[in-house]
Design a protein around this ligand. Sequence first.
Ligand code: ACO
Length: 402
Amino acid sequence: AIDISSLRGESGVITIDPGFKNTGSTKSAITFLDGEKGILRYRGYSIEELAEKSTFLEVSYLLIYGELPTPEQYKDFTKTITNHTLAHEDIKKILEGFPSTAHPMGVLSSLVCAQTAFYPASLDPNRAAPEVDMSIIRLLAKMPTFAAWSYKNQIGHPVNYPDNSLDYCSNFLKMMFSNPAEAYEVDPVVANALDKLLILHADHEQNCSTSTVRMVGSSHASLYASISGGINALWGPLHGGANQAVIEMLESIKKDGGDTKKWMAKAKDKNDPFRLMGFGHRVYKNFDPRARIIKKAADDVLAKLGVNDPILEIAKGLEEEALNDAYFVERKLYPNVDFYSGIIYRALGIPTDMFTVMFAMGRLPGWIAQWKEMRENKEPIGRPRQVYTGYNERSYTSIDKR
Ligand code: ACO
């Protein structure tokens, strides 16, 4: 029997809501999401309009500081970020300590957390605003460097230093793909497509990784430590790791002869743990607006790059079947942001286990904005309660009597 007195919280009875399906953890002025209508807005601006007209760094500014920047603010912001793209040289020693089998997400979260060692002032819980602003700039500036370096470590190539004559995405692509043996020219189609994908991923209110960032930060841990926690939360296949899982699933379906019906049946079989990756969402019970934009972008990018990827056809076939299947319709399971993003990443030449790293690069400004809001609102430490279901009090039995 549960001891009723243990169910009393500070301001009433404790509720149990596994997965926080109906629990708001905070008030927030950053991102509006209506899952029934399929609406997503950053600071009041629709995701459709931002994806079409804005840039990733402008959206980052909007999310973090609340307003679109003036031309002067934008120039200053991008210039300061560009000036901080270089990582401390000793970061390379940490990188070299990882075996080439290390997943880039693990490397990325470690390098981000290691920033606390290089910038110890960030650990002061009463740090002044300029120090927080510097942490924000350093994170946005160095994330592409760390991301590209985590890939270089994996393939055993020397790392490339940033090229500050390039824009944010071009600089990242050059660090990823350039090597001493062959020339590499950044394709503007690829850089623009990547910029758009980063915008689509930039924030999504209180999801698993963002809640993690706020939770870690609520103990007044540094911004670097909080973001590192968020990267780890994003890694899992039920969250950001789904983009990698989608491509692996589509590849398996292709190898299996492309029989989508068979895989649909597997996803519906309650005795089979398999789920159709890239389908379903905790909040969207209608089309994920990001998935609509990405599906169209996938068609455009593949056409522009002249890529003919048979798994795009398999993906479209699966979507078609799911949208007409009673199981998926009843449960309101629609393609989510991850369903088509992997196909674009593949067309852009990004290796499969870097997909979630791309997501982390995109989500970074959202995590920063949410962390900043939480601290500025002076939110209390996150500390959920529980309903205890274990033993009542019992006495210790010495080891010889057990
Ligand atoms: N394939 C088959 N069945 C599914 C799927 C799926 N992809 N997603 C949900 N269902 C079924 C569940 O089995 C459950 O069925 P039941 O009512 O008969 O038991 C019902 O739909 C509801 O699913 P829940 O797991 O309760 O929904 P929840 O909101 O907890 O989970 C989640 C959402 C994790 C996204 C889930 O839909 C899923 O696992 N999808 C696949 C992984 C994925 O694509 N993740 C990326 C999400 S987007 C992002 O994080 C960026």
